[in-house]
Design a protein around this ligand. Structure first.
Ligand code: FES
Length: 111
């Protein structure tokens, strides 16, 4: 599930004639792969991850929404830093990404 064309957004990592560089990253302890420079949330979607954070008040799941950095639906912890808009933050090799709960607590399953 990868977005290849969009009426507004450009995808510089998918230039015609160039092969995008595959990189690996860690999502909640699991190794995943995506293209160098693509938005983190796009790479997560391609790996089957639809929930990116949980809302502040009711802890409801939130996912990819505006995809242009205008809402807060995609805020995640990236390399230990909370509140990163993953729809506009480029993916890099070795990033450590976690779901965010509320204002920035790191998501821990069952702990
Ligand atoms: S999806 Fe809206 S800011 Fe990222």
């Amino acid at each position: 599930m990868r977005i290849k064309e969009h009426p507004i957004l450009e995808f510089p990592w998918m230039k015609e004639g160039e092969k995008p560089k595959l990189v690996s990253f860690i999502f909640e302890g699991r190794t995943m792969h995506g293209y160098d420079g693509e938005p983190i949330s796009a790479a997560l979607h391609d790996n089957g991850v639809k929930v990116l954070r949980y809302s502040i008040r009711f802890k409801r799941p939130r996912g990819f929404f505006c995809a242009i950095g205008r809402c807060s639906s995609c805020l995640m912890n990236v390399d230990g830093i909370p509140n990163i808009r993953t729809c506009i933050t480029p993916l890099r090799e070795g990033m450590n990404i976690q779901k965010q709960v509320g204002r920035g607590k790191i998501f821990n399953r069952g702990k």
